[in-house]
Design a binder for this molecule. Structure first.
Ligand SMILES: Nc1nc2c(c(=O)[nH]1)N[C@H]1C(S)=C(S)[C@@H](COP(=O)(O)OP(=O)(O)OC[C@H]3O[C@@H](n4cnc5c(N)ncnc54)[C@H](O)[C@@H]3O)O[C@H]1N2
Ligand code: MOO
Length: 411
């Protein structure tokens, strides 16, 4: 039974997301890459440490190593030798002795404690310790960072710059990752001109493929840009056929609504299977998702805000699943809206806002202003979505709203 306000035929956002993720089969092809080339790739297996890090007990300071018990019988110890990083002390340090040691050098056998040289005085062949020390002071223990056999990085993790350093610290020169996805971009519209071209009356500059390409770079995929395709059924069809041959996923923008020049949906209908079309979100209602012969497709609406919001909220989780990456973590908090928010029941709104904390420590959110689907600057000024439920009506300043922080992909 339909309720009073829901627009008929529109799939709830959560249902669409679930349906989409349920019909995406992740790729299986992997490759072994040198760690220097592996940043931003998705790990294809858990990485277990082959060793302790650090591999041996070592000194955290330049100073003297000794057994803590030795200081019970007097504060002067005999200097028995030296331990440098890369040139450890070969002997055993006995009771009453100490060893000169440098930061990072292996702790000599017989020692369990280090004192920094600032707290010591050289007296002939002996070293006087100016204050007592507890056992273990200034010693970095073997395996205190990572233990041998410990899981360090999980399958599905996208490798960061820090991870590359961690792999190097484990002595691992290569790593097994999933291959890059190939993603085709198609922008449809007779009115579209590329930046740098001269606009004639009725034209606008094409921006969707640029913003999408920038977003996709964060996913480390190969972008195959089909450029601007005119509103012509045959040309759009040819572009989709070629894109399907070359790509794992095809992302188009424009032509998914009901206008007389909106051919994208019809082409998709002919070439593949549309799993769903039209969802109850604003912006982004005419979003389409489905399968072509070799690829999946995301048919984004042409309006720049609608295109980016649906790419971020739907295509992005879909592509992450396709490339075996861990799902994006989206943080939602409650905030008091400082501005009135216009809203009609029927679709879930993702309005653009600026979240901050006021002087009393309370989360507050301010609308970025006009929320038209063509106003891309409303997204550029924002740092969050104000998420208003489907059946919600207008919201008055002072009311509590749910706010989703922009994640790393929108920054
Ligand atoms: N009668 C109805 N009309 C519309 C409906 C509806 O339900 N009934 N839905 C509206 C909604 S909601 C949206 S969103 C748009 C989506 O339409 P399309 O996906 O068919 O997009 P276009 O008509 O091709 O373009 C819309 C708008 O966006 C501009 N555009 C398109 N591509 C780009 C690009 N690559 N870069 C920058 N700007 C682009 C285009 O010039 C139009 O201004 O439909 C509503 N209509
Ligand atoms: O949903 Mo459309 O995205 O209103 O502009």
């Amino acid at each position: 039974m339909s309720d009073c306000c829901s627009a008929p035929g529109l799939l709830p956002f959560e249902t669409a997301l679930e349906k989409m993720l349920g019909s995406i089969t992740p790729i299986v092809e992997t490759l072994e890459l040198a760690i220097d080339d592996a940043q931003h790739y998705v790990l294809a297996e858990d990485v277990l440490s082959p060793m302790n890090v650090p591999p041996h007990d070592n000194s955290a300071m330049d100073g003297y190593a000794f057994a803590a018990d030795s200081l019970k019988d007097g504060m002067v110890l005999t200097l028995a030798g030296k331990s440098f990083a890369g040139a450890p002390f070969a002997g055993v340090c006995r009771a009453g002795e100490c060893v000169r040691i440098m930061t990072g050098a292996k702790l000599p056998a017989g020692c369990d404690t280090v004192e920094m040289q600032e707290n010591c005085t050289v007296i002939g062949a002996g070293i006087e310790f100016l204050k007592p020390r507890s056992r273990g002071d200034h010693v970095r223990n073997a395996g205190e960072d990572i233990k041998s056999g410990q899981a360090v990085l999980a399958k599905g993790h996208r490798l960061t710059a820090v991870d590359i350093g961690v792999l190097a610290s484990l002595g691992l020169g290569t790593v097994k990752v999933y291959r890059k996805l190939n993603v085709a971009l198609i922008a449809t519209g007779d009115e579209l001109k590329s930046p740098g071209q001269v606009l004639t009356p009725g034209d606008i500059y094409e921006s969707n493929s640029y913003v999408l390409s920038a977003l996709l770079k964060k996913l480390n995929v190969n972008v195959i840009d089909f450029g601007i395709i005119q509103d012509d059924y045959q040309l759009i069809k040819e572009a989709f056929v070629k894109a399907d041959e070359q790509a794992d996923a095809v992302i188009s923008s424009g032509g998914v609504s009901v206008g007389e020049a909106d051919y994208t949906k019809d082409v998709l209908d002919e070439l593949g299977q549309i799993d769903f079309w039209k969802i109850a979100i604003k912006p982004g209602k005419p979003f389409a998702f489905g399968q072509l012969s070799n690829s999946i497709f995301f048919g984004l609406p042409g309006n720049p805000v609608s295109a980016l919001v649906t790419a971020h909220q739907l295509a992005l989780p879909g592509l992450l699943k396709l490339q075996n990456a861990e799902p994006v973590k989206r943080i939602t908090v409650t905030a008091t809206t400082v501005t009135d928010l216009r809203k009609s029941p029927g679709r879930m709104d993702l309005q653009r806002g600026v979240l901050s904390v006021n002087e009393t420590g309370e989360n507050i959110v301010t609308s970025t202003g006009a929320q038209g689907s063509g106003i891309l600057s409303s997204l550029a000024r924002a740092n969050c979505y104000i998420v208003l439920p489907r059946e919600q009506g207008r919201v008055a300043a002072g009311e509590q709203v749910s706010v989703q922080l922009f994640d790393q992909y929108l920054q």
